[in-house]
Ligand binder design. Structure first.
Ligand code: VGL
Ligand code: ZN
Length: 217
């Protein structure tokens, strides 16, 4: 099996009532559960990323004297959007959504653990200074194709997909399994257009179910 399912940041804080809520973020959970079932049936590895910040993470507006949530500043020499406190290690907000079938995960990749740099991608921090375990784990398992979905389309899904493409993976995105922050109303659509321009394919859940069934044949 050279194909894995990668679920990005399906955590309470990105769902309605969470600290950094994404509109309809919770709608992705049922989509992910159907994809998980199809992946299990096909014998496909299921990997999840988890935004996992220390309380003093410097992407949080509240950890700076003058930073305003949603505005842009600078962190680690990079442009940084200031976020509300979210996905703090060990809190309920950082847990996977309670309806998500997380027992099925073969591996969880935690990111954003270094306080002085943000990490949208599940592969690298935003400065590409440190890597997570993800690329090695996929290579060790001989995985060359990724189906990716999750939260948020315009941040962690986008950067994970772009890095996966740059690393040479074949990538498909399950569109209804993604929702975005949309600081600007069309950010998510623009992110999808970017991902496709770099070589990703937009698919729907039914396509994934069909292709995963072929993979196991
Ligand atoms: C995310 C903003 C800050 C995401 C994580 O998962 O898309 N966005 N931290
Ligand atoms: Zn974060």
């Amino acid at each position: 099996m050279n194909h894995a399912l990668l679920l990005v940041d399906l955590q309470n804080d990105f769902c309605p009532n969470g600290a950094l809520p994404v509109a309809q973020g919770d709608v992705t959970i049922e989509v992910a559960n159907v994809a998980i079932a199809a992946a299990q049936k096909a014998g496909m590895p299921i990997i999840a990323s988890q935004d996992w910040h220390p309380a003093h993470h410097l992407s949080f507006a509240s950890n700076h004297p003058d930073a305003v949530v949603g505005e842009c500043g600078e962190l680690a020499g990079l442009a940084q959007i200031w976020w509300p406190v979210h996905c703090v290690q060990g809190t309920r907000g950082a847990e996977f959504h309670p309806r998500l079938h997380h027992q099925a995960f073969d591996a969880v990749i935690q990111k954003g653990t270094q306080p002085d740099i943000d990490s949208y991608s599940a592969f690298f921090d935003n400065g590409k200074r440190a890597t997570t375990a993800l690329d090695n784990l996929l290579r060790q398992r001989g995985i060359t194709r990724l189906t990716i979905m999750g939260l948020a389309t315009d941040y962690c899904v986008k950067f994970t997909v772009l890095d996966a493409l740059a690393l040479g993976y074949e990538v498909q995105i399950v569109e209804e399994g993604c929702r975005g922050v949309n600081l600007q109303p069309d950010d998510s659509e623009a992110a999808l257009v970017d991902m496709v321009a770099r070589g990703a394919r937009r698919i729907c859940l039914a396509d994934f179910i069909a292709t995963s069934a072929n993979d196991s044949a």
